[in-house]
Write a protein that binds this ligand. Structure first.
Ligand code: HXC
Length: 514
């Protein structure tokens, strides 16, 4: 065959494969409000930067009428491209081909691009739109998922792994994302479950819609499986690109530095916290009053909102913020907020991102529900994560720092590098009311006017302990600062910590309370 005919033959073959699951299946995809797999990849990557590999891979199944069946690309698209000029590896499951289900060769395409991403130390983006293990391929599909899960785990903490859920994802198609760093979902389009409604109907006889079982909102608000929630696929892709501006390309690098900016001036730090310590405020305004350009990119905004986590920049460099939110449940720590913060702390630590902790909480949430849900085990995760982290760790105590909350929120005793406190800080074993009721119970009961005595004892306790000076006298905090000084103190502390080196004892790995 002449070169020209060879080229024509190649083009014809490519054209066929690029049809995916064919016109009808694509029509169905579009009707569901979904982009096709290749459209998605192109929308995320820089224009014309996508290079697709393994286009001609074919499935090898023989059972259940699979012999001779054509599944273009075996239902997944893999390749490399760039985002803001920097290389990434990417795969996108093609639901138009056998529901994006994962057979042996489909899995091999994914594991090949995963290996590439790990070797090249670049982020991996996985777009999941799949009915899970391909039923006709039996154990080969399960083996494929096992190989993916193993690689997700090996790449964890080395390269950023981003999962996008853009369709009904079942079984293995949700466990791989669960092992990755950030999961993105889109209203009406994303569904995640281990067993779908049909299995539930068969096994339990219960009817439930896919949306109720595992829609985008369920995972963004209730389960905490999703980190980012968008109203459309395009909004979701913008979120992914924005996230990538805040994080480094791998664990040996720092996040890219941006030109430093002053905060916008929209939020005046001295006006945010009400003078009545019982009144709530939005901790995000404090963050925005100190970050460059007052920008804050919140992570898991809708899950466990009693703690706020996310990225901002200070002097052009990425900082991870962990902050109690007095607006929700007074900012207490509970099972979910501990899980949320602990994982974020570990992410920042793995990827060289300094952590700034803003503290205002009355402690761990009391109650039978929390105790039985395992608040001891979950709450321990945040202690573990802060203690273990060796990136620069700086704390600002704004108001309440009571009991276990004081210790947990990156106290000096968890090896914070710098701890600052506002003069409004109250550092004590518990709130003055609770403390007075317990410690002075006898005096209060026996007093002529028990209520007056109670108030007197509360006041006494407040004066003695509910301030930052007892902790400052012991060196547990480094400096009591005025609110307006917060940004400058943090900038200085971050600059001083730039070359921080800290190592724990040699070990294979710890055993965190997962
Ligand atoms: C083979 C599959 C498939 C699968 C979907 N398809 N899932 N083929 N194996 N797992 C095929 C369908 O047969 C159909 O083919 C096409 O994909 C589109 O699927 P529909 O059912 O028409 O689409 P929809 O109504 O949108 O429903 C999507 C769905 C549903 C919710 C994902 O297909 C479903 O429940 N699939 C099975 C989910 C599941 O239980 N998977 C196994 C998980 S176990 P045609 O030819 O008709 O177009 C697993 C093991 C790993 O993953 C566990 C790890 C721990």
């Amino acid at each position: 065959m002449s070169l020209k005919r060879n080229i024509l033959d190649l083009r014809k073959r490519k054209e066929e494969v690029l049809q995916g699951g064919g016109e009808k299946a694509i029509e169905k995809q579009v009707k569901m409000g979904k982009l096709t797999a290749r459209e998605r990849v192109r929308a995320i990557l820089d224009e014309d930067s996508f290079h697709e590999y393994d286009l001609f891979v074919e499935h090898v199944a023989r059972d259940f009428n699979m012999e001779g069946k054509v599944l273009h690309g075996d239902g997944v698209i893999t390749g490399t491209g760039t985002i803001y000029g920097r290389p990434v590896c990417i795969f996108a499951q093609d639901f138009t081909v056998a529901g994006g289900s994962l057979g042996l060769m489909h899995a091999r395409k994914i594991t090949k691009i995963m290996d590439h991403a790990l070797k090249m130390r670049v982020p991996l983006i996985g777009i999941n739109d799949s009915g899970g293990a391909r039923i006709q391929e039996g154990v080969n599909s399960l083996a494929g998922y096992g190989e993916i899960f193993y690689r997700n785990t090996m790449a964890s903490g080395v390269i950023p792994q981003i999962s996008v859920i853009l369709g009904p994802c079942a079984g293995g198609a949700v466990y791989s994302p669960a092992l990755t760093d950030f999961v993105f979902v889109v209203e009406n389009i994303s569904k995640m479950f281990i067993t779908g409604p049909s299995v539930i109907k068969t096994v339990l006889g219960e009817e439930i819609s896919m949306e109720e079982l595992g829609g985008a909102r369920v995972h963004a608000e209730t389960t905490g499986n999703a980190h980012f929630y968008a109203m459309s696929e395009m909004e979701c892709f913008d979120q992914i690109k924005k996230l990538l501006t805040y994080i480094p390309w791998n664990n040996s690098k720092k996040a890219e530095a941006f030109p430093p900016q002053e905060p916008s001036g929209e939020f005046k730090i001295e006006d945010i916290v009400p003078s009545d310590p019982k009144l709530p405020y939005d901790i995000r305004h404090i963050i925005q009053s100190i970050t460059d350009g007052s920008e804050f990119f919140e992570v898991m905004e809708n899950f466990a909102p009693n703690i706020v986590i996310g990225f901002g920049r200070m002097d052009g460099n990425t900082v991870g913020f962990v902050a109690n939110q007095p607006k929700v449940l007074a900012g207490v720590l509970d099972c979910d907020s501990s899980d949320k913060a602990a994982r974020f702390i570990r992410y920042c630590d793995a990827f060289n991102i300094p952590i700034v902790t803003l503290e205002d909480l009355p402690g761990y949430l009391p109650g039978v529900d929390q105790e039985h849900a395992g608040v001891i085990r979950h709450g321990a995760k945040i202690l573990y994560a802060y203690s273990e982290a060796t990136v620069p760790k700086i704390t600002v105590i704004i108001r309440k720092a009571y009991g276990g909350g004081y210790i947990a929120m990156n106290s000096r005793h968890m090896r914070a590098d710098f701890v600052f406190a506002w003069p409004t800080a109250e550092i004590a074993v518990m709130g003055p009311e609770g403390a007075a009721n317990i410690v002075f119970r006898k005096e209060i009961m026996e007093a002529e006017d028990p209520e007056a005595m109670r108030q007197q004892k509360i006041q006494e306790y407040k004066e003695k302990f509910a301030n930052p000076y007892v902790a400052a006298a012991k060196g547990y905090i480094d400096e009591v600062i005025e609110p307006e000084q917060t940004r400058n103190m943090l900038l200085h502390a971050l600059a001083v910590s730039e070359n921080k080196e800290d190592r724990g004892p040699a070990k294979k790995h710890g055993v965190p309370p997962f």
